[in-house]
Design a protein around this ligand. Sequence first.
Ligand code: PLP
Length: 431
Amino acid sequence: MNQRRAFLQKMGAIAGAFSANSLFNQLHAANFESAQAAVQHLSADAIAADEDYWSVIQQAYTVNANFVNLNNGGVSPSPRVVQEAVERYNQLTNQGPSYYMWRILDQGREPLRYKLAEMAGCNTEEIAINRNATEALNTVIFGLDLKAGDEVIGTKQDYPNMIQAWKQREMREGIVYKQLNFQFPIENDAEIVKAFENAITPKTKIIHITHIINWIGQILPARKIADMAKSHGIEVIVDGAHSFGLLDYQIPDLNCDYFGTSLHKFLSAPIGSGMLWIRKEKIGKIWPLLCNGDPKGTDIRKFETLGTRSFPIEQGIGEAVNFQMAIGGKRKEDRIRYLKNYWAKKVAEVPKVKIHTSFKPEYACAICGVSIDGMTPGELDGALFNTYKIHTVGIVWENISCVRITPHVYTRIQDLDKLVKAITELADKKK
Ligand SMILES: Cc1ncc(COP(=O)(O)O)c(C=O)c1O
């Protein structure tokens, strides 16, 4: 009992995950408690490889056992606790939508904002809750006052929805959008920072950084790029779609001005949830993408005039944060990087196989690209699914051509062994 109390006290600081009314507490507290107790004497590396501990986390998910999903980079499943929260809020909503949505569930947005701010390590008044990273980042891209001739630096390896938004501003208003073209993997921060710095001119106003390149998993040194940008008086936008809930950092660590993320990727929040962060003193100057009665106001809530949307999805985010906090950000990052390196190191030795992503921890986590000489990404992706029932995604984008493999906390070692066997057999056929 004492042990239980000590555990709950330790975890009590964690954003309500174990509060009496939390679904997480009802469903998982006891299992998580004994799993945590069993590994607490181990080093971080040993915990990352402790299958007994991770099997408790795996059981919290409801994924289909008939195929192996290794495309968590696209979107991630939610654990049962999050799904149940959404279902519960949905049933409540349908008892009387306008009453339950606008008078009851609406009350949950401020505690949720607080909880996300706690996880992100920032001021509550800097967080807006929305539907995805595209909405968050397009809000900033279209909301900035820029005039013809002002320059923005991004890369050809950024996400298409952001590239297209910048190009639309270029077409419509005559801003200048410059795209660097990196040949990843790169294991040298200075080289990346220098490439951005070399593109700066007196007209540069914005640097757009994708924290983790979705195509291939390269982690960019966002903080170092931002520090360099600041020394030139340039503002920084970070696309954290893949890093939030995966890498153990807090938004202010990045020294950026604007940050957008999906919550339905590594955080495992309900599908259709996202978050925008804007440095407090910059809120006033960003126009809302939709509308608001006070568009130049300094209240972050001006970005939440989204019209009618899914309150159950929004409120389900809270249980995803509980789940995340109960594992711990660093532990989750270590585990997922361990899983990525587990399979990738094995197949890297196989003739005809090429790994397209760094093995160094500072340059990659979770996402990793692989190819087999003599097979297109489409052929490899197709063979993995048709023959082995392993779901991945073929990537052909700019100078990148590979299959993207992305495990998550629920991925089992046996599933990765199956992947290794599949890639080895397919590569053997190309000898
Ligand atoms: C780097 C990056 N940014 C933004 C997005 C867009 O995310 P969403 O579909 O949630 O808007 C994605 C989606 O995969 C992404 O990979």
